[in-house]
Design a protein around this ligand. Structure first.
Ligand SMILES: CC(C)(COP(=O)(O)OP(=O)(O)OC[C@H]1O[C@@H](n2cnc3c(N)ncnc32)[C@H](O)[C@@H]1OP(=O)(O)O)[C@@H](O)C(=O)NCCC(=O)NCCS
Length: 146
């Protein structure tokens, strides 16, 4: 069967999928109102695989700088280059908007995400002590020059 991968801006109808995926994957997650505002502001891109919601990126940008808040692909759909497609789409969108630097934070023990980000030339800027809580874990701040 042909595999169709689609990236688009999130709509209100994606809200429940976004909330669920966030809660399933992270110890700290955002609430409904936060995501509704982000959807309205076009600060969430989602990816579909054969029309099924399989992941999203939530971000902010102001002037020439962007920050990634969340980036996640459903567990059962990982390692199919879906994250790759979503990240490429996001970077191109940011380029179009004049963004020069993209920042993000990642747990120091999240080696798969660190490898993923390094693939896009994100570089570790510094370690942030106890960036994550419950339990306390250090984070890396990473930066990509667009
Ligand atoms: C990180 C994540 C988004 C990657 O998504 P994905 O769709 O599985 O990634 P892709 O299939 O597009 O992989 C692209 C490249 O990233 C790297 N990569 C992805 N998963 C990896 C893993 N588990 N281990 C090492 N490298 C990995 C590889 O270089 C890979 O290229 P390759 O397949 O040619 O080796 C996904 O694992 C995820 O959602 N993790 C949980 C949420 C999370 O940790 N988000 C980041 C929080 S800051």
């Amino acid at each position: 069967m042909k595999e169709i991968k689609t990236v688009r801006y999130a709509k209100d109808t994606d809200l429940l999928d976004i909330l669920k995926l966030d809660r399933e994957n992270f110890k700290s997650f955002y609430d409904k109102d936060f995501y509704l505002k982000k959807i309205l502001d076009e600060k969430i891109l989602i990816i579909e695989f054969n029309k099924e919601f399989v992941g999203f990126i939530c971000f902010e940008f102001i002037f020439d700088q962007a920050e990634v808040y969340k980036f996640v692909i459903k567990k059962e759909h990982r390692k199919k280059k879906l994250g790759l497609l979503l990240m490429e789409y996001f970077i191109n969108e940011m380029k179009d908007k004049g963004v020069l630097k993209i920042f993000l934070e990642v747990r120091v023990d999240n080696s798969s995400a660190i490898s993923f980000y390094e693939k896009f030339n994100f570089k570790k800027l510094r370690k942030i002590k106890d960036y994550y809580t419950n339990p306390k874990v250090d984070g890396y701040a990473m930066l990509k020059e667009v």
